[in-house]
Design a protein around this ligand. Structure first.
Ligand SMILES: *Cc1c(COP(=O)(O)O)cnc(C)c1O
Length: 358
């Protein structure tokens, strides 16, 4: 079997959840497990995060998967229902729905439901992605209160700049102005906001990336927030090439050796989710040493300088990211964020996931 695999550490997930609890002790925790648990596997992630008060997913399918695996917590669909059929299933299986526009509201209103639905009423406070216009909130909430299909309401918004100097006050003020006369539970904080702004913790927090051990704030190390990587991406050396000065390696002769070099060919490429934009110099961990990639990442393979690691040979293990090379370092070199790299691993659908319980 090809040696590439993603190893998921449930102990890290549990540790990171405990860290969120320490940072926001008064809030209930809705762990975000969308995108297949940020690439870790939905059920693997949920098992590691089983002490959560709730889970947030994107699709009805994910919500059903969680219920069928015995998770009895609140389960929230982050974009709500996409059809009347989905609303009726959500009502039957006791899923919570985001409601972010009038279409969704009318869809729920009109149905004959066995059980009323708990909704998260989403307000657009400046990100301009999903949510009701703040000036309409009062009127719409008053009409919802009278309709029997709505069991209860949580007020929700999402921040665009919780990880940036601009902060969240500009949106928080809009949120508070629009909702101050309603005494419903509130849910506003993503990972960056949980870390940066205590006043956003409120009734629920919605951590995602920090549960998986990557940093929500570009340029700040995750270890500074007491969170640990939950995924190790590991492979092996499958070939070794000895280069003379001026030889090149890989497509486009993108890298030329300035001296004689020993190069490892590693079984991992961009079709696995490793970023093709990772430049020469992206860190890799082999035999207890940090070294780096050279040349252009191929579809199924990449190249690593092992000139100074003479003990490295065919079958030697390689950590592409994990405990020694942080996924955020690879992301930063590649011009992206840890989020994208973690998600890409399961999106590739060809990296086996191995789960370490305990
Ligand atoms: C994805 C998501 C989160 C989690 O964000 P992180 O930055 O990963 O913590 C929270 N709330 C909503 C609405 C989301 O879509």
């Amino acid at each position: 079997m090809r040696p590439l695999k993603a190893i998921i550490h449930q102990a890290s997930l549990r540790h990171n959840l405990a860290t969120v609890k320490k940072i926001a002790p008064q809030s209930k925790i809705m762990s975000v497990v969308k995108a297949n648990g940020y690439g870790h596997g939905l059920i693997n992630a949920a098992q590691g995060l089983s002490e959560s008060d709730g889970f947030a997913v994107l699709t009805l399918h994910e919500a059903i998967d969680l219920r069928e695996h015995g998770f009895e917590q609140d389960i929230l669909l982050l974009e709500g229902a996409f059809s009347a059929y989905e609303v009726s299933i959500a009502a039957k299986m006791n899923f919570n729905l985001v409601v972010h526009n009038l279409n969704q509201l009318h869809m729920i209103e009109k149905l004959k439901l066995d059980h009323p639905i708990h909704i998260h009423f989403k307000i657009n406070t400046g990100m301009n992605r999903l949510g009701f216009n703040p000036k309409d909130v009062k009127e719409i909430l008053h009409t919802i209160q009278k309709k029997s299909n709505f069991k209860s309401i949580t007020l929700m918004t999402h921040f665009a700049t919780a990880d940036e100097p601009k902060g969240v006050d500009w949106q928080l003020n809009v949120f508070n102005d629009a909702t101050h006369s309603f005494h419903y539970p509130r849910s506003v904080a993503n990972s960056a906001s949980i870390i940066n702004f205590k006043n956003t913790h409120m009734d629920w927090v919605r951590p995602g990336i920090m549960l998986y051990g990557a940093s929500p704030i570009v340029g700040q190390k995750s270890s500074a927030f007491n969170i640990k990587p939950a995924m190790e991406l590991k492979s092996e050396i499958i070939a070794i090439q000895n280069l003379f000065k001026d030889d090149s390696v890989g497509y486009g002769e993108n890298f030329k050796a300035k001296r004689d070099m020993r190069i490892a060919v590693v079984a991992c490429g961009y079709a696995d989710g490793y970023p093709r934009h990772a430049p020469t110099g992206t860190p890799v961990f082999i035999e207890g040493k940090k070294t780096s990639t050279v040349g252009r990442v191929s579809m199924d393979m990449l190249y690593v300088d092992i000139t100074n690691i003479p003990e490295a040979t065919i079958s030697t293990p390689v950590e592409l990211w994990g405990m020694h090379v942080h996924v955020d370092e690879v992301a930063e070199k590649s011009g992206t964020v840890g989020y994208e790299l973690l998600c890409a691993i399961s999106a590739s659908r060809r990296v086996p996931i191995e789960i370490i319980h305990g």
